[in-house]
Every structure is written in C-alpha cells, then in structure tokens.
Design a protein around this ligand. Structure first.
Ligand SMILES: O=P(O)(O)OC[C@H]1O[C@H](O)[C@H](O)[C@@H](O)[C@@H]1O
Length: 528
C-alpha cells in the first residue's frame, strides 16, 4: 500500500507555494543523505546526531531475529502478557503498532497509583515487562520498573527472567540493567525519541507482543524511497509544506485501518515544532468533533483514510493514506519539512525540562498543598487569579476559563487520573470545543507532558488549561524512593501548572476528590 497525500483548496495552495523551492534546494535527497544543515546553523549540531531515522528501516533489520527468538523463548515458558513501561517516544509508537495489528500490549505510561497497581497486579505469572527509555533517566519509567521488580520478587519470580530493557548505549539504565542481569536491547543513539518508531523502541515491545515487525520495516522502506525524491509529487514535501501554514492541525480517522495514529503523530508534531513561540498544535479529533463542521479558520484538517486516491481531499482538507510503516516515514519526513518552512529546529525539546524541574522541586520541598479557592459540589477548585477570582461555582469557573481563551488560542484539558476508571472525561473535549468554538486538546497526565507539553510551554502562549486531578485512597509506594506514586503525580500536575502560569497562561485546577466523587459534578457543569 503506497503512501498517498491529497491536498485541496487552501492546503493545496500552501503546498504549491513552497514545494517548488524545496525541490530546487534538493531538500528531500539532502535529508535522506543526512545533511544536518537543512534547518540553519543554530540547529546543525543537534541535527547532526539526530538523522539516523532516515535509515532506521534498514539498520533495524538486524534486530528482528533476536526479538523473534526472545518472543519464542518467552512463549515456551508460558509468558504471553507484555507490559511496556515508558513515556512519549518510548511508548507511543508501540501503542499504535500493536493496536493496529490487533495484538495485546499493556502500555503503562502513567504514574497514577491505581493505573500502575492494575498493570502490576494482573497475571504476573505470565507477564514480562519491556522498560524503554532512551535517556535511561525518566522518572515515570524508573518508578514503573521499580514497582514491577518488587512485585516479581514478592511473587517469587526472578526479575532477570522477566525484564527486558530498551535504551541508548551508555545510558545509566544500560549499566544498571546489565548488572541486574536483565536482557538489554540497545537503540540507535542517532535517533531522537519521537522519531524512534522503527528502531528498537518501536520494534522490541511490538515484536514481543506478536507483531510482524519485518513487514513493518518493509513498508517503511517502500515509503522512504518515495519521500526521498526531489520532485513536486513527493507526498512528504506536499504534506510538510501544507501543514506548516496553520497553527492547529486537526487529525481525524476517516476509514483507515490504523488504530490510534493521532496519538503518535501528536507527539511528533507538537514536540518537534512547538518552540520559539512558533509551532503546530495537533488536535486529535473523532469523526463527530465540533471542529470538523464549525471549522476554525486557523485549523487545518487532515483525514487519515484507507485510500487518498479513491477518496481525495475536498474543501481545504488534506487526506493521507498508506500502511503504518509508510505513515511513520511520511510524517517524520513531513515534520522535517515543516520545521524548515516554519524556521525551527525539529530535533530539540527545550521546554520539556521546565515541568520536570518544577515537579522535582515540589517533591524535594514537600510544601503544604495550596488551599482551594473554593469547594463546589465536593470538588476542590484552584487556579490562576484571573480564572477563580470572584467565582464560587464549578460552572462559573469553567465559564471564566473558556472566556479567557484568546481568539487565536486553544483550550487544553489535562487529566492526571486513572484513564481506565475516568475514561468518561474524554467526552469533555467535544463539549468544550462546542462551547468555545476553538480547538481543544485532551491529554492524560503525565503522558501528555511528553507530547503536547512542549508546545504548551514553548509554542505561542495562547493556551488556557483545565487540569483535572483525583486523590487516591490507595496510594502506592515506589520501592526505594522517598515519594509515592500519588505524591509524584500530584507534583507533576502542580509543577506543570506553575510553569504554565509563569508564562502568563490561565490554569483552572479541579480535584475530583479521593473517591473521584466529583466526576459527575464536573461532567454536569461542562455539559449543562
Ligand atoms: O525515552 P526517554 O528518554 O525516557 O524519554 C521519554 C520522553 O521524555 C521527554 O519528555 C522527551 O521530551 C520526549 O521526547 C521523550 O520521548
């Protein structure tokens, strides 16, 4: 299934205005020859060590046999349940790969105590974990690993027989893992996390779970040939130039067999472009989303379809199609193009660290919790002065937040809760989009911090933020750490809120209470 891109109306015009230039400067062939000068002198040092993704479909071949052999070894020992511990670029690709293939992989990219406990307590006898971290120092991933290792030990299972590590050579995790006797797969260090779908980060968990990873690499190889040519028909040049023209990028499934593609592409685009007060904010939409019919002028819609030739784009839309392996390569190339068009370095993420620093500060200082501005219907409400001042009801505070969304801005809903238990919260996205007439993103915390989190702090400061938390009665220890999962997720939420507010952006913080009893009140206040 070859990759196809169809751009109509204004999207086609935006692409046409740029593609000739990109062909003339031989952008595509230089990119695939790993030319680090394409994004300007300031980006050169970082780009020089980040372009390995252009050849990942070839280099990763050598991993396949080892992954398949390990899968067989696990199968013969009765180990058939795999849990992936990892964040952002270390978990989003395996999630879409396994969901699309219809094989089971439990993706644990949360610090919510109940969500962690559920993953750790289920069926440990037939479970192996893949702990994936490029840096080897991500606090969420380290904490999840600790929880599993201690659960294995408590169950009399040797962790060395159940823990598989994916990391970069020389990371702190590599050394410690080898010492512990874990199986270690090393990834190509010249590929950034969000571009790592076709490296060990995408392939090890997906292959162990049962996906045909050789086929994925075959599909990617076909696409890599198509997007490396200096020609106006190159689909990645068209896509990259077209998406660079607008601030918001709505992504909607329109008949593709790929499951959950929006979540992967969201990180790739938001983290790669959202910096220097510029960027593109992806908005993952369902087919019924209000933004599709009442389209904000600054939102470009991309439909992911079964066949973009059979159902080409209409209006000002873009339609894309192709195999999943092909789509990875198409979008990675398009983002490299969009970065050059916008004038940013697509390979760094300068603002992700700020939220981590703020969370660490709170974990170390353990300050008294900020008192609630008011309590309404069992829900504690906090937030920026501009949002909560003079308010005494949940509905009033939400109205105040919506009124503060700039005319060219967006609302971001961020739910630091157990996503399995509070899945009903996802419905808030459409309600708030309808109410505000502006693009609304929805993210589970802390997962989104490794995705749209960069754009919120590094992109244009035009966001308004609705943060939802829930205390957990049954908190969970993190073995040998001075804080629990409950204190960690609270610090992550409070830390990110403080950074957003320091950028002058309004934040409304709603705590649903220990038993989550405020859920109905919140849903009611928003859908009234
Ligand atoms: O793979 P790790 O080093 O654990 O990193 C996981 C994630 O961490 C940070 O948030 C980065 O901004 C992401 O790009 C990365 O994917």
């Amino acid at each position: 299934m070859s990759i196809k891109v169809s751009a109509a109306g204004a999207a086609n015009a935006a692409a046409a205005a740029k593609v000739g230039e990109l062909v003339a400067e031989r952008f595509a062939s230089r990119l695939f020859a790993q030319d680090a000068t394409l994004w300007g002198p300031e980006a050169e040092a970082e780009s020089a060590i980040r372009l390995g993704w252009t050849r990942a479909h070839e280099i990763s071949r050598e991993l396949v046999d080892g992954i398949v052999a390990l899968r067989d070894e696990f199968a013969s020992a009765g180990i058939t349940r795999f849990v992936l511990c990892g964040m952002g670029g270390s978990s989003l690709a395996p999630e879409v790969i396994t969901r699309t293939a219809g094989v089971e992989l439990v993706v644990l990219d949360s610090t919510d105590p109940a969500q962690v406990r559920a993953a750790v307590e289920e069926d440990l006898e037939r479970t192996a974990i893949v702990v994936s971290s490029k840096s080897g120092s991500t606090v969420e991933t380290d904490s999840q690993r600790r929880a599993f290792v201690s659960a294995f030990e408590a169950a009399g299972i040797d962790p060395a027989s159940r823990v598989v590590i994916v990391t970069d050579p020389g990371s702190p995790m590599e050394e410690a893992s080898r010492a512990a006797g874990y199986r270690v797969f090393l990834a190509d260090p010249h590929v950034g996390g969000r571009f790592s779908a076709l490296t060990a980060f995408g392939l090890v968990p997906s292959g162990l779970a049962g996906v045909d990873i050789a086929g994925l690499l075959d599909d990617a190889g076909v696409a890599a040939t198509a997007v490396a040519i200096d020609d106006e028909s190159n689909p990645a040049l068209v896509l990259g130039a077209a998406i660079a023209a607008k601030r918001f990028l709505g992504i909607v499934d329109d008949g593709t067999s790929i499951v959950g593609f929006g979540d992967w592409v969201e990180q790739l685009i938001a983290e790669s472009t959202g910096k220097d007060d510029l960027g593109i904010l992806p908005v993952v939409l369902t087919p019924g989303a209000p933004e599709i019919d009442a389209r904000p002028a600054d939102l470009q819609l991309v439909r992911v379809a079964a066949d973009a030739e059979a159902t080409p784009a209409g209006g000002d839309d873009i339609t894309v199609s192709g195999s999943l392996g092909g789509q990875f390569v198409l979008w990675e190339t398009a983002v490299a193009v969009a970065g050059a068009v916008i004038g940013i370095n697509p390979y760094d993420q300068p603002d992700v660290e700020s939220a981590k620093v703020a969370a660490r500060g709170l974990l170390e200082a353990t300050p008294e919790p900020t008192p609630a501005a008011f309590v309404s219907e069992g829900v504690e409400v906090r937030g920026s002065e501009t949002v909560v001042a003079g308010q005494s009801t949940l509905g009033g505070a939400i109205d105040a937040l919506v009124a503060l969304i700039p005319a060219d801005g967006y609302l971001s809903v961020q739910a630091y809760v157990d996503r399995n238990r509070f899945s009903a919260l996802e419905a808030l996205r459409d309600e708030l989009a309808k109410r505000s007439g502006r693009p609304v993103t929805f993210g589970w915390g802390p997962r989104f911090l490794h995705s749209t989190g960069q754009f919120h702090k590094g992109g244009p400061k035009v966001g308004a933020f609705l943060q939802i938390t829930s205390g957990e009665k049954n908190d969970l220890e993190i073995p040998e750490r001075p804080f629990t999962f409950g204190t960690l997720i609270s610090a992550q939420a409070a830390g990110d809120a403080s950074v957003l507010e320091s950028h002058g952006q309004p934040v409304l913080r709603i705590d649903l209470g220990e038993s989550g009893s405020g859920l109905d009140a919140l849903l009611g206040a928003i859908s009234r």
